[in-house]
Design a protein around this ligand. Structure first.
Ligand SMILES: O=P(O)(O)OC[C@H]1O[C@H](O)[C@H](O)[C@@H](O)[C@@H]1O
Length: 318
């Protein structure tokens, strides 16, 4: 009997919660919890974890899972009256039985999830919609998340949104983020005051909580110690997607805030960095029947390290 595992497997995870395991062609994998439609693991072809998941993560409603890729919807952060980062990340999603047709290549492992508001959700945010999320592991081990949010209501509504990716890093003080230089950002630690990034790359030596505005479609996160670079690419439909008008959030709680978070280890801030593709500053508005699509594409490439300089362009091109 073959011991080969299937490309898509539905099984039980922590606290007996339903989880979907996706397996790529050469050993890469991803794990997705139906609780939150939440990706908790993404591994490369060598079985190395690429996402951060806190050792103290609580896999139990109403707490969202700390780490991986929480989906922030219909509100990012505290930019509205709802609970912080909205409620999609602490609701149970379902497997979508009538998903949109898959795209070209079939050398991919993917799962389609759907979230529709319950009567209770409707009471706190009175809009009808269907939120479809496709999570795909590509042939090279890349991870892709595609969100489609459709207004099934009789009235328009607006929302903010983020893929809040927690990247696993070897040491936060050895990390640089490139692609955000010279951009304006709102600093959440300074009452959302607007500043312009002056550095040629972002490095970390204290708490960071910023929203970069009008960001490019590609951003590189370089892990100097691991000599590896994450490439984060976001795109969408030209008229309604997360393209040039979207935003990027960079977050690390650092020591003091880490200690105040019950579901986060005191030292874990050293091993993570949140860089998020988001639509925050300008909310997305959908008329009845309209659909918004936002895609996040994550890949990891070796950093070329030469005479003290990483080669960001290799990662940012192509
Ligand atoms: O603890 P969470 O609800 O996941 O939020 C984590 C963080 O998200 C954003 O970056 C907010 O600006 C922070 O104030 C908050 O601490």
């Amino acid at each position: 009997m073959s011991d080969e595992k299937p490309p898509v497997e539905i099984c039980k995870g922590v606290n007996d919660l339903d989880k979907v395991v996706l397996r790529g062609l050469r050993g890469s994998s991803a794990e997705v919890y139906l609780y939150g439609g939440h990706v908790t693991s993404w591994k490369n072809n060598h079985d190395e974890e690429l996402l951060f998941l806190s050792s103290k993560a609580i896999f139990k409603p109403p707490k969202a899972i700390r780490g991986g890729i929480p989906i922030c919807f219909p509100q990012f952060g505290s930019h509205g009256n709802l609970e912080q980062h909205g409620f999609a990340r602490n609701r149970f999603w379902s497997i979508d039985r009538s998903p949109p047709p898959p795209t070209a290549s079939c050398n991919k492992a993917f799962v389609d999830l759907i979230f529709k508001p319950s009567e209770e959700d409707f009471k706190i945010w009175p809009h009808s919609y269907e939120f479809r999320l496709r999570i795909t592991i590509g042939p090279g081990g890349d991870l892709m998340l595609t969100s489609r949010i459709k207004n099934t209501d009789g009235r328009p509504f607006s929302f903010t949104f983020a893929y809040r990716t927690y990247f696993s890093v070897s040491d936060i003080s050895e990390v640089r983020v490139e692609g955000l230089e010279t951009l304006d950002y709102l600093d959440n630690l300074k009452s959302r005051k607007r500043f312009t990034e002056q550095c040629d790359a972002i490095t970390f030596e204290s708490e960071v909580d910023r929203i970069y505005l009008e960001t490019p479609t590609k951003i590189a996160i370089m892990d100097h110690e691991k000599k590896q670079t994450f490439v984060l690419r976001k795109d969408g439909l030209p008229d309604a997607g997360m393209s040039r008008s979207s935003f990027c959030m960079v977050w690390n709680p650092w020591e003091k805030k880490a200690k105040s978070m019950m579901d986060f280890g005191d030292d874990e801030y050293k091993y993570m960095l949140c860089v998020e593709a988001a639509a925050i500053e300008k909310a997305v508005t959908l008329k009845p029947g309209e659909e918004w699509k936002g895609r996040l594409y994550l890949s990891v490439v070796p950093s070329t390290y030469r005479s003290g300089q990483l080669a960001p362009l290799t990662a940012l091109q192509g």
